[in-house]
Design a protein around this ligand. Structure first.
Ligand code: FA5
Length: 336
């Protein structure tokens, strides 16, 4: 039995197999157990001799089983260790890290520049009423900005704001002067989309109101902004313009030297002007007081995409919104 059992034990390739063999010999109905049961029928002398021999056999088998079990466990562990081994010489897995979108970066830059000039950064709402988007801003019903084709109207008569200027009226209705605010945010127009026009884009509105603000404060402020955005050498130019809510009104452009191409030109950024007295009148009506009567202020509004296109040399506004990582990742270095 020993030889047979030894052979079987050594051939067992897995722990369950070994267990089966153990049961075959040492289990309740096992071969050795059956032998031990026969002892009962023997004489005391025979019992002593055979009993001792069977005990030795049992111990031998148990030792063999234990040794084989240890060996199999060891082999299993070695196999597992080698299969789970960590090869520290393999190249690592690079984590994909995010970066800020170019437009977020420009909005942050602008907020930083204006906060340094003592401005508060406030947000408006994207769904507006005609009152704040047009009427309170002295935009008469015949003005082209009210055209059905320029504007996304909701079925309840409200609209997606066509500019950030509604916050002028909203802020003045809620707060008394003096103050200085900038309002970054999304704006919407029903546009024929092309390289410089999107139907959703971002603007930054600025509004400063006190007793004695002048046009030269406006110029100085926008010049400071242009230098903050494009560097100390940047120049800024004003051209007469027309907006119903400012008088006088001026469009402003920056003289931008493109470091990549070495060329330079004037690029329009936005509109500005001194707050129109009629806007103050409308605000007084909304508030039901005269806090804004006789005040002076300037306002401006610029396109954020415009700034990003100029600063980073992006040739088409649509690139900002197509989520093509090949475009966005080009600016990673500048974003981190
Ligand atoms: C306005 O929206 C005025 N609210 C600006 C203003 C504010 C004037 C305060 C005076 C006082 P305008 O429609 O020109 O103005 O737009 C301002 C800027 O937004 C433009 O110069 C341009 O940079 C950007 N912009 C306008 N339409 C689009 C468009 N479809 N896609 C991308 N940018 C646009």
């Amino acid at each position: 039995m020993v030889n047979e059992a030894t052979l079987e034990i050594n051939q067992a390739a897995t722990l369950p197999e070994l267990q089966e063999i153990r049961v075959k010999y040492l289990g309740k109905k096992g071969l050795l157990t059956a032998e031990l049961k026969t002892l009962a029928n023997l004489t005391p002398d025979e019992k002593r001799i055979k009993g001792a021999a069977l005990n030795i056999l049992k111990n031998e088998l148990e030792t063999l089983f234990d040794a084989r079990e240890a060996g199999l466990k060891d082999a299993a562990l070695t196999a597992r260790l080698s299969s789970e081994a960590l090869d520290v010489t393999l190249p690592g897995t690079r984590f994909q890290t995010g970066g800020f979108h170019l437009l977020t970066r420009i909005i942050d830059d602008l907020a930083t520049i204006y906060k340094a000039l003592g401005y508060q950064v406030v947000q408006g709402q994207e769904v507006e009423t005609e009152l704040y988007n047009f009427d309170a801003l002295n935009i008469p019903s015949w003005h082209p900005a009210r055209d059905l084709w320029d504007t996304f109207w909701l079925t309840d008569g409200r609209l997606l704001r066509t500019h950030t200027s509604p916050m002028q009226a909203r802020f003045m209705q809620a707060f008394a002067p003096p103050f200085k605010i900038v309002v970054p945010g999304k704006t919407y127009r029903f546009e024929a989309v092309d390289a410089t026009h999107e139907s959703m884009f971002h603007q930054l509105e600025g509004l400063a109101v006190s007793d004695d603000i002048t046009m030269s404060d406006l110029k100085g402020t926008l010049e400071e902004m242009a230098k903050g955005l494009f560097g100390e050498r940047t120049k800024i130019r004003f051209q007469p313009s027309y907006y119903p809510f400012t008088e006088p009104s001026a469009d402003f452009a920056v003289y931008w030297e493109n470091p990549r191409t070495g060329t330079s030109k004037w690029l329009e950024l936005g509109g500005s002007g001194m707050v129109h007295p009629r806007v103050f009148e409308e605000v007084c009506k909304l508030r039901g007081d005269t806090v804004y009567a006789g005040k002076r202020g300037f306002a401006f509004g610029l396109g954020i995409e415009r700034v990003a296109m100029i600063k980073y040399g992006v040739p088409d506004i649509r690139y900002f919104f197509q989520n093509d990582l090949r475009v966005l990742q080009q600016f990673r270095g500048e974003l981190e």
